[in-house]
Design a protein. Sequence first.
Length: 73
Amino acid sequence: MPDEQPADLTYEAAREELIEVVRTLEAGGASLEESLALWERGEQLATRCQQWLDGARERLEAARGETDGETDG
């Protein structure tokens, strides 16, 4: 499991690591402790991905608002 904090990851890096965490959990074979650690990391990564997506949505909405304001004026 990488030592990098989720807050430092790009969307793509967080998503790729999250996919790998899910694959590992689905494959089974990990101890309970390892599975819990993977689950916690997955939750952190999912939160980071959602933060990136929310930020992108806000930027798009702001850009649309600026564009709409220019056409109305």
